[in-house]
Design a protein around this ligand. Structure first.
Ligand SMILES: [Zn+2]
Length: 402
């Protein structure tokens, strides 16, 4: 290609070069959406069952950091355990790992999210894991490795900045963390991403058995948020024949809304034989091809083998913390029936990307995902929010920032 440089063109080129020079950022000051307050509130768990709202200065960002204005964060079962017993020994701690918010400031090196999408001021994001200990784990080689052992914001030891959990007005996302631009999802959907990723991972684990198919009869035991989302994930992948098992009628009714074809209330049955017969009846005279165990109850783990046919499969994902030992009969429960079992624990980064698509599909087929968030509290009422969560009256309790 030849360019004809006459005097008029030269003038234009010089003008353009000057304009571009004017536009070059010579300073390394972080990009910002405008006024950011000097301080941020955080809800710090300072003692068992006691949060205090504290204020800390918002620090200067490094070139790799992102400052997020928190919009909301779900309360997880893990938060409930920390609130009641501090099993991880983290107190004092800023909890909240199911959060989302808007980028209000970012260092000059921040350009893209962990999936390669551009990041800009005003984008809505979620964080996943922090790979400070193992920088070799990336988005694309993580299929075999879950985040067990990796850190997440909201379960970190307190530090001198304190803005490291989502139960706060602002969060500082450090360089090296995984971040996803999820501006195309609603606030409610974004709050549900983390728990949904747990189920996307569990179903991926279940698929490795080769037993879970479109026409499989699938039992889902436990209809808290995890079991309900399990049903939704199965529905979005075309599994239709689902029986939900729980002890609360309200939850079983919701399981039906989520797409379970039939339900069994275990409280209505006096023995495991009776309960097994009820599950069999719910499947039209068959046992389950595959079962998902979504409760933290050892008895529930012992029971579930009885609901599975010979040659069937089981995914156990209910024990996020040590819930004690469960008794099974290895002969009847596993060997004689040749049951294939998999355990599932948290998620991989790849599962996060799948989860964003799952949420869109769930909406497209009319699953009432937004109804999972039954209670919303402002940050100032975080103690009340946790007490409500412990009463187990609702499903997902969320903090929505004022
Ligand atoms: Zn969680």
């Amino acid at each position: 290609m030849t360019v004809n440089i006459d005097s008029k063109n030269v003038e234009q080129i010089v003008k353009q070069v000057l304009q571009e020079m004017g536009g070059v950022q010579v300073s390394s000051a972080p990009k910002s959406a405008g006024a950011v307050p000097a301080k941020s509130r955080v809800a710090m768990l300072t003692a068992l069952e006691h949060y205090e709202i504290k204020e800390y200065p918002i620090p200067e960002l490094s070139d790799d950091d992102i400052l997020v204005k928190v919009e909301g964060c779900g309360i997880c079962g893990t938060d409930a355990h920390e609130f009641k017993r501090d099993p991880f020994g983290l107190i004092p701690v800023v909890l909240g790992h199911e959060g989302t918010g808007e980028i209000v400031k970012m260092g000059k090196n921040v350009k893209k999210d962990s999936a390669g999408k551009p990041l800009n001021i005003g984008d809505k994001i979620v964080t996943s894991v922090i790979f400070s200990e193992n920088p070799d784990i990336t988005m694309y080689d993580l299929n075999k490795q879950n985040v067990g052992g990796a850190d997440v914001y909201g379960l970190l030891p307190d530090d001198d900045i304190h803005l490291n959990g989502w139960f706060a007005d602002y969060l500082v996302v450090r360089g090296g963390s995984s971040v996803f631009n999820v501006s195309d999802l609603s606030l409610e959907d974004r709050i549900l991403i983390e728990p949904c990723a747990v189920l996307v991972h569990a179903v991926e684990r279940a698929k490795t058995t080769g037993i879970l198919r479109f026409n499989s009869r699938v039992a889902v035991q436990g209809c808290g948020p995890i079991g309900l989302i399990c049903i939704a994930v199965l529905r979005t992948m075309g599994v239709e024949n689902i029986v939900a098992i729980d002890g609360e009628e309200k939850r079983l009714a919701f399981a039906k809304e989520m797409g379970a074809g039939a339900t069994v209330n275990f409280k209505e049955h006096k023995s495991i034989e009776e309960l097994t017969a009820a599950v069999e009846k719910a499947f039209g005279g068959h046992l389950a091809d595959f079962a998902f165990q979504c409760t933290g109850s050892p008895i529930a783990h012992s029971n579930i083998y009885k609901f599975i046919r010979a040659g069937g499969g089981l995914c156990e994902l209910g024990f996020f913390i040590n819930g004690g030992d469960a008794t099974i009969n290895p002969h009847f429960d596993i060997c004689a029936k040749e049951i294939t079992t998999v355990g599932s624990w948290v998620y991989t980064l790849r599962d996060y990307a799948t989860t964003f698509d799952f949420l869109k599909r769930a909406k497209a087929i009319g699953l009432p995902m937004h109804k999972l968030i039954t209670h919303k509290f402002p940050l100032s009422q975080i103690n009340e929010a946790h007490v409500t969560n412990l009463k187990m009256e609702g499903l997902k309790i969320a903090i929505i920032n004022e």
